[in-house]
Design a protein around this ligand. Structure first.
Ligand SMILES: C[S@@+](CC[C@H](N)C(=O)[O-])C[C@H]1O[C@@H](n2cnc3c(N)ncnc32)[C@H](O)[C@@H]1O
Length: 218
């Protein structure tokens, strides 16, 4: 684990339970989850990796659809909750950093990374690793906080990239802020980008809150 992964592990071990409590009621989170899962309806026997699986919500749904699901996360607290949630579904969980997963080349049909890639300074390394372990023809589904949201709510300067700490009530965590160009360039270096969606919040409709990218290994 590198420094980012160690830091994310600390944050999610400390605040994981509070985060999940908040997240379970979060309608925006449900919305992005259902957008990603709408691409993964027919997944029987498909091998799927959820990178930064958190509480394992998407793992559970995909396993119930018949997929062979693997979840990785750096936080023991999150993994414990995910394992409990999926205990009867055969999902395999590992404590691993998404940048160095340890899986064999061309192992997966699909990879999900929902709100987890923003914990990495070097996103190119993450997408290089996803490319390595994805089968040819496979797709990745990436959701990150939209850079415009970070600008409006935090920096006021779109180009203020890099590490930022945020406080949300009792929860304090970091994110790396990257621009649309940064994500686009990091992903398109390895994959063919098929689709980008800018997803709004149900509460705040004037600007996008999430950036969804679907890309293919060709
Ligand atoms: C905001 S939560 C999202 C969890 C889940 N994907 C969801 O949508 O509910 C981010 C998760 O990414 C995990 N994470 C952060 N950095 C990671 C890394 N380098 N490798 C694997 N998981 C990581 C955290 O521990 C946390 O569980």
């Amino acid at each position: 684990m590198d420094e980012d992964a160690r830091q994310a592990r600390k944050v999610y071990n400390l605040y994981g339970e509070a985060f999940i409590k908040k997240d379970e009621k979060n309608k925006d989170k449900k919305k992005i989850s259902s957008i990603v899962l709408s691409y993964l309806k027919k997944v029987k026997n498909k091998k799927i990796l959820d990178a930064g699986c958190g509480a394992g919500r998407e793992c559970e749904i995909l396993a119930k659809r018949g997929a062979k699901v693997f979840g990785i996360d750096v936080s023991e607290v999150m993994l414990k909750i995910a394992k409990k949630r999926c205990s009867k579904l055969g999902v395999k969980f590992f404590q691993r950093d998404m940048e160095r997963t340890g899986f064999e080349e061309e192992s997966f049909d699909f990879i999900l990374s929902i709100l987890s890639a923003q914990y990495k300074r070097d996103i190119k390394k993450v997408f290089r690793e996803f490319w390595r372990i994805l089968k040819f023809g496979g797709e990745i589904f990436v959701v990150v906080p939209h850079p415009i949201k970070k600008m409006i709510e935090h920096t006021k300067n779109y180009f203020e990239r890099g590490l930022h700490w945020e406080e949300h009530g009792e929860v304090k965590y970091f994110n790396y802020y990257w621009t649309l160009e940064d994500y686009f360039n990091a992903i398109s270096q390895f994959f063919r980008i098929c689709e980008i969606r800018e997803i709004g919040s149900l509460k705040e409709k004037n600007y996008p809150h999430f950036l969804f990218i679907r890309a293919k290994k060709t």
